[in-house]
Design a binder for this molecule. Structure first.
Ligand code: ADP
Ligand code: MG
Length: 734
């Protein structure tokens, strides 16, 4: 049934060519005990490996049941080894991290036998070899004889037709060797046994046929068999594959035997995960905190539409002055405002737009609007008392007109004016963006504030209106301005000597305000600011002198309402040209978008750093897998001899890395979750924000998946290396 025809095999070592087999032809009976006898190095092992399909011959053919194996694929050789051949090696070759039982089960698992069936069969053969009581031991806990019995049990477990034994007693003492020989003879009496030995006495005692080999050639055959090649019988091979369960069991067992190393690997692998998890939890927590802040605290900030809009790019370039910002002085300096005019673009509020807003406020969604404020153009003159040769008189220092052209009077920016006299924003917006650096904020309608820029500067034109001469003076003390400089407000055009000064209202400067250092929205302004209380009063009492809307502040009721208002205002601009567009400013959003942006940037940078540690741990996993492959070379050979495919070998290592990656991810997430507790305590101490760092389940899961994938990818190349190892060489390694 089995025949080799003219098989030759040579090994090349450097330039040296070692011919291990020279045109060997042999035919075997279905049942016989063949002993191949010859001195060391004559080619016995090579012959067995050829018959067992572990190694490929250079020339000749192996014929199984009349079928040539010339066209056998790797896959078919794997199946052949698994289904038809049982190997017994000189050095037991048990897999050290599997139990006796699992060692015996392996070949059957590979051929797809169910776990229960495989176990039953393994118990049966272990009982046959007299090891029923030792099934749960590890190979290292067995004596040499016992180990070889396990090897015998493993060889016969999967019902092979052929048992190939390579000096099975070589590593045993004479007595034990005899027992093993008896066992083989007994167990394989209905099989073809081909046993290789250099012990002629043993060959004569057990074998029914002795073939003598010398220098790779058969020199004697005691009982040759004339095989009829034409005789064909059914020959089919069952597919082999390692199922996932077997791979996992094998991996877990191996991990267990190298627990210390595995734990260290997983821990090292988890460090990158810990880093990323912490950064993610912090940045998420902070973003949530900001959203919350925006929703709860800043929802009341208005959406403002003002008469002009900033070119923020130009502003940024310009604001890089080299004099100290936010000086701690008690005086102001002069500044030529024309430089800033270039920053402003008109944002002309049309009647159409006012109606559009009114429609929303009154009809579409009144519930979204807590209040709406219109700043209006006014016919107004500011009068200041001036000395004329000993006597004093009120002269207009500033007048505004309803009819004035927009570009002559650019109006307000974020509630503040480029012009001299402007409406102040209300409540929170004022408080959050401006500091009162001297005096007090107006608490009466006829009080105003003087606004300086972040360098404590006042426009030259403003200074002149205040009665100063910016050419001859360079410090303008707050104490001289506040509650000291008085104006009169006259509705309408004032002509000296014609208009009646007694109709004018007294105006006092109650304080100096300056944009806050941490404000990101209202960056500059200059002149006098009046409150909406004064505006309302004037509108009521002098309706004819108060005209078109020049600014709109819409106060939303809550965060969602604000989103809705914004969408509504955005719709207005759809399809409009740049000049026609009317832009609004959402102060809260500008602020939070910026902070959110900073947090995102910082997070990305930190995650990039943490990712480096992930790369390092991946490389480490690759190295450890590589070491593991080298350590387990023999096991690879054994598995291949049992019929494992290349794929199955890489699967063993891949499964192990999947497990390590999973454990690393799990350990990383657990440690990160633990570290979040003290981290939150520290943050709460520093900032009063409780439970900022939070790790979502989504991110936890994602990081575990990343860890698994990285470990898997890192091990792919070493695992592939393992799969490609030559089984014969793998078995030869010690
Ligand atoms: P035996 O089992 O009879 O001791 P082998 O079959 O192992 O002999 O080896 C036969 C010859 O082939 C020996 O000379 C050995 O050195 C050589 N040989 C076997 N395997 C290899 C190999 N992988 N590379 C080089 N030479 C080899
Ligand atoms: Mg040998």
């Amino acid at each position: 049934m089995l025949e080799i025809k003219n098989i030759s095999k040579s090994y090349h070592v450097g330039t040296f060519n070692q011919q291990a087999l020279k045109k060997v032809s042999l035919a075997f009976r279905e049942t016989e005990f063949v002993s191949v006898l010859g001195p060391s190095g004559c080619g016995k092992t090579t012959l067995l490996n050829m018959i067992g399909g572990l190694d490929h011959f250079d020339e000749g053919d192996l014929i199984i049941n009349g079928k040539s194996t010339k066209d056998f694929t790797d896959r078919e050789w794997d199946m052949y080894r698994n289904n038809s051949i049982g190997f017994i090696f000189q050095s037991h070759n048990l897999i050290p991290h599997l139990s006796v039982l699992q060692n015996v089960e392996m070949g059957m698992s590979l051929s797809g036998m169910s776990a229960a069936e495989a176990k039953e069969r393994a118990m049966e053969v272990l009982d046959q070899v007299g090891l029923a009581d030792h099934v749960n031991k590890r190979p290292t806990q067995l004596s040499g004889g016992q180990s070889q019995r396990v090897a015998v049990a493993r060889a016969i477990a999967n019902y092979p037709d052929v048992i190939l034994a390579d000096e099975p007693t070589g590593s045993l003492d004479t007595e034990t060797g005899k027992q093993i020989m008896d066992l083989i003879k007994e167990i394989a009496k209905d099989k073809l046994v081909i046993m290789v030995t250099h012990d002629g006495e043993m060959a004569r005692e057990y074998a029914s046929r002795i073939i003598k080999l010398k220098d790779g050639e058969t020199i004697d055959d005691s009982n040759p068999y004339a095989f009829d090649t034409d005789e064909k019988s059914g020959f089919s091979l069952k597919k082999t594959a390692m199922d996932f369960r077997t791979a996992v069991v094998s991996s877990i067992n191996n991990i267990k035997t190298k627990l210390g190393r595995t734990v260290l690997t997983a821990f090292a692998g988890s460090i990158g995960i810990i880093g990323i998890a912490l950064i993610l939890s912090l940045s998420n927590g902070l973003s949530e905190e900001i959203d919350y802040f925006e929703q709860e605290t800043m929802a009341g900030f208005p959406i403002s539409v003002t008469g002009s809009r900033f070119d923020f790019e130009k502003l940024r370039e310009m604001s890089e002055e080299d004099i100290p910002e936010y000086p701690d002085t008690d005086y102001a300096t002069a500044f030529d405002q024309d430089r800033f005019k270039a920053l402003l673009e008109p944002n002309i509020i049309t009647d159409d737009y006012v109606n559009y807003v009114d429609d929303y406020v009154e009809n579409i969604a009144p519930e979204n609007v807590a209040g709406v404020k219109y700043g209006r153009k006014m016919n107004v003159s500011l009068l200041k008392e001036q000395d004329f040769n000993g006597s004093s008189a009120y002269v207009p220092v500033h007048s505004e007109s309803i009819d004035e052209e927009e570009d002559q009077n650019p109006g307000t920016v974020m509630g503040f004016s480029q012009s001299f006299f402007t409406l102040l924003p209300d409540g929170d917006v004022m408080d959050n963006n401006y500091d009162v650096i001297y005096g007090e904020f107006p608490d009466q309608k006829n009080e105003v504030v003087l606004v300086v820029d972040s360098y404590n500067r006042i426009y030259e034109s403003t200074l002149q209106r205040l009665g100063y001469d910016p050419e001859s003076q360079d410090r303008f003390y707050f104490s001289e301005i506040v509650n000291n400089i008085e104006f009169k407000l006259f509705m309408g055009e004032y002509s000296v000597g014609v208009s009646d000064v007694s109709e004018a209202v007294d105006i006092t400067i109650s304080g100096i305000v300056r944009p806050r250092e941490d404000t990101e929205v209202s960056v500059f302004s200059n002149g006098l600011g009046y409150t909406s209380a004064l505006m309302d009063d004037l509108y009521e009492n002098y309706p004819d002198d108060v005209g078109e809307v020049s600014s709109i502040h819409i106060y939303p009721t809550n965060f969602d309402a604000k989103q809705d208002i914004r969408e509504y205002l955005d719709e207005y601009n759809e399809g409009l040209s740049d000049e026609e567009r009317i832009e609004y400013i959402d102060q809260a959003a500008t602020f939070t978008a910026m902070v959110g942006g900073i947090i995102d940037t910082i997070s990305i940078v930190l995650i990039a750093f943490a990712a480096i540690s992930l790369v390092v741990s991946s490389i480490m996993i690759a190295i450890i897998t590589y070491i593991s492959v080298i350590e387990r070379t023999k096991e690879i050979g054994v598995l291949r001899a049992l019929g494992a495919r290349k794929k199955d070998i890489s699967r063993v290592f891949n499964t192990e890395n999947l497990i390590i990656g999973f454990v690393a991810g799990l350990v990383g997430i657990s440690i990160a979750r633990l570290l979040i507790i003290p981290a939150n305590m520290i943050i709460e101490n520093l900032s009063d924000m409780a439970n900022v760092a939070k790790l979502s389940w989504y991110h936890s899961g994602l990081l575990i998946v990343i860890s698994i994938v990285l470990a898997f990818v890192a091990g792919l190349i070493p695992a592939r290396m393992a799969a490609n190892k030559d089984p014969v060489e793998a078995l030869r390694t010690e």
